[in-house]
Design a protein around this ligand. Structure first.
Ligand SMILES: Cc1cc2nc3c(=O)[nH]c(=O)nc-3n(C[C@H](O)[C@H](O)[C@H](O)COP(=O)(O)OP(=O)(O)OC[C@H]3O[C@@H](n4cnc5c(N)ncnc54)[C@H](O)[C@@H]3O)c2cc1C
Length: 504
């Protein structure tokens, strides 16, 4: 994928209307682009920042049915998610991998309680299951997770889910969509909707890099903007009621010594009735997450000090060697676009709001797809394209993504190479920068360090230290000058500070 080539392709396709114009390049929009293009529809996707810059690069990185939703009684969501998990494990084996989880038991009734619940989880997965859950004795649990708090430990339940690299899967989906003929442009903001006779007929776009503004007409426009859903809906109808309620989730990243082994830990009930995961991820440990309602939805949200303390406190209860603020390598926050179907905001606790997706068509024909999970992005896309094709009067064609392979990209291919890294602490060198820019449309230092590689999320200090080298290499490839290098380094250093606890 190359941005100049995408711009040239837009130009070449001229003024003929697109079948679908998609707003938003996160999991949802990219999934719709892939589904639509694979059915042979002409489709263009506009992303105002980088692909997956929003929520889609800030998840817990689990492809899962959601044990928690089972406890909430949402069996249909769990069953559908487990089915999607199975499809992703088959279609993207290089990107989505099985991961064993331990639910520890410190009270006598916990093992039977979690054991029965997780057997039901196995059953709901049916023949797409990974492996059966089972009881572990105290000794087996400590062998599995040697840093688990041993005092009072009775044993645990082992179960299986799947893990992925969210930005990696987003880029793989973008590449696959481009391969099927979709045109995808990052740094292209939709500024408004074009209307004729009261119907949405296209989008007004600003190329953020050149400042050029242009219009694209389309048979149907799809709003897939996650936390920005209501902003775009208001472009259509300024009086529309909110469809989503934003909720912030925070993760902290620790050294792998806090969770040695290949397995993950699931804390089934926190003080506020949530779950917390501690997961091995890219050589580090990810701990999360929180669920903090908020009024606004910034593109770069920041963790609240209380959220960091909450995660540290809960981690400390379950680990022998306990992490402190100084051990945090990175902190990242994301905003869940939780759908509140049928109503405006209802004052519910956001952890109790459903993770189901919602598909809406406005009076003027704007299609909005929101809510849901990364896990269900393929099914969300299928439902959206079915609806959009009907509304646009396109020839009906069946969805093909159930059997469509998604493969790791060029950057992942070089990340195994230890030689040539700018800093031994993180997997980034000239190879990653070159491939990120030339093959995956990276335009800024942040694009390379946050999403083409995951360095910023894995070690914010080490990432800031290599920003000058990354900027210098990018400037060569993109034909930028010394002023650009300076600005990029300054911007990235300021960003990296936001990925560390306040005062660190
Ligand atoms: C803390 C946390 C943990 C999570 N963990 C998991 C998990 O483990 N597993 C799971 O399945 N799900 C998880 N989720 C849910 C999952 O991440 C989200 O459901 C999914 O990423 C939402 O994707 P999206 O494309 O709808 O939104 P986003 O990724 O936010 O994408 C929307 C995009 O629209 C763009 N945009 C906005 N306005 C415009 C405009 N005017 N013009 C052009 N572009 C625009 C934005 O820049 C953004 O890139 C988690 C979510 C959070 C917050």
């Amino acid at each position: 994928m190359n941005r100049d080539a995408m711009l040239a392709e837009l130009e070449r396709r001229g003024s003929e209307p697109w079948d679908l114009a998609l707003i938003g390049g996160g999991a949802t929009g990219l999934g719709v682009a892939l589904d639509a293009a694979a059915r042979g529809y002409r489709c263009v996707l506009l992303e105002k920042s980088d692909f997956a810059k929003g929520t889609s690069s800030r998840s817990t990185k689990l492809i899962h049915g959601g044990v928690r939703y089972l406890r909430q009684g949402n069996v249909a969501l769990v069953r559908d998610s487990l089915r999607e998990r199975g499809i992703l494990l088959q279609n993207a084996p290089g990107l989505v991998k099985p991961l064993p989880f331990l639910v520890p038991s410190y009270r006598w009734h916990e093992s039977p309680y979690y054991g029965i619940g997780l057997k039901m989880y196995d059953l709901l997965a049916g023949n797409l299951g990974i492996d059966s859950s089972r009881h572990l004795s105290r000794g087996e649990a400590l062998d599995f997770l040697p840093n688990l708090e041993a005092s009072g430990l009775r044993g645990g339940t082992l179960y299986y889910d799947a893990q992925f690299d969210d930005a990696g899967l987003a880029l793989a989906t973008a590449r696959a969509a481009a391969g099927q003929g979709a045109v995808l442009l990052n740094y292209a903001e939709v500024m408004g909707l074009l209307k004729a006779d009261g119907r949405v007929r296209g989008v007004g776009v600003r190329d953020i890099e050149s400042g050029r503004e242009f219009e694209l007409t389309a048979r149907v426009v799809v709003n897939a903007t996650g936390p920005f859903t209501d902003e775009v809906r208001r472009m259509d109808d300024s009086k529309t009621l909110p469809l989503i309620t934003p909720s912030q989730g925070v993760h902290i990243v620790l050294d792998s010594t806090f969770l040695p082994g290949d397995g993950a830990l699931m804390v089934p009930r926190t003080d506020d009735g949530r779950v917390i995961f501690m997961i091995p991820w890219q050589g580090k440990v990810l701990v999360g997450t929180t669920d903090t309602p908020r009024e606004d939805a910034p593109l770069e949200p920041q963790a609240l000090p209380g959220e960091i303390d909450y995660l540290l406190e809960h981690a400390a209860r379950y680990l022998k060697v306990r992490p402190s603020r100084e051990d945090i390598l990175s902190v990242f926050a994301g905003i869940r676009p939780l759908a509140m179907p049928g109503r405006g905001r209802g004052g519910e606790k956001t952890s109790a709001v459903s993770r189901d997706h919602v598909l809406r068509t406005s009076e003027s024909g704007l299609v909005t797809i929101t809510g849901g999970k990364w896990t269900t992005f393929r099914k969300m896309a299928e439902d959206t394209v079915d609806l959009a094709a009907r509304l646009a009067g396109l020839e009906a064609r069946p969805c093909t993504t159930g059997q469509l392979a998604l493969v790791p990209g060029a950057v992942e291919a070089v990340q195994e190479e230890v030689a040539g890294r700018y800093d031994p602490r993180i997997a980034c060198g000239e190879g990653e920068v070159r491939r990120g820019v030339q093959e995956e449309m990276a335009r800024t230092v942040e694009d390379v360090l946050a999403r083409r590689t995951r360095c910023l999320l894995l070690d914010a200090r080490a990432s800031a230290a290599i920003a000058p080298a990354v900027a210098t290499e990018m400037a060569k490839l993109l034909g930028r000058d010394g002023k650009w290098i300076k600005e990029q380094v300054a911007e990235f250093e300021a960003l990296a500070r936001r990925y560390l606890p306040p005062g660190a």
